[in-house]
Design a protein around this ligand. Sequence first.
Ligand code: FEO
Length: 173
Amino acid sequence: MLSERMLEELNKQLNYEIYSAYLYVAMENYFQEKNLEGFANFFKVQMEEELSHARIFYEYIYRMGGKVTLYPIEKPEENFESILDVFKKALEHEKTVTQRIHKLVDLAIEERDHATNAFLQWFVNEQVEEEESFQKIINKLELIGDSMQPIFMLDSELAKRTFVLPAPLAKSE
Ligand code: FEO
């Protein structure tokens, strides 16, 4: 059983995960327009991951006897200055997500809601991976600078990324 406050906060996070997907579609668009299909693929997969995160919240809310509430999805930023700018903004976004997940954990601890605390631990670990994945690409881009040849090589590398159903959803199949 979820408290009213916890239910509201979980619903807000479900909305924020969908907003994250929307933001990553905007980033995918940036690369589609530049014909960098590997980078575009990276953000397409990122969008799919975010929708799966929203789904994990969705299923948990119903398993706990709660009700999902849908809120409007905010329009994401669409103006990016460079490839590096996109990845820096994506990393900043993921840091915001991390803070939000940590606040949810704080609330679960405050309410002695052990089930929700355990549920959220998957997201705590996932956020470490999310931030690491963007930081690694930023590090590469900073080394590369403006040379196009290594950018095309990175594009080929990012074209290989595929969506893998996250463990909490794989288990519920
Ligand atoms: Fe759902 Fe990228 O965190």
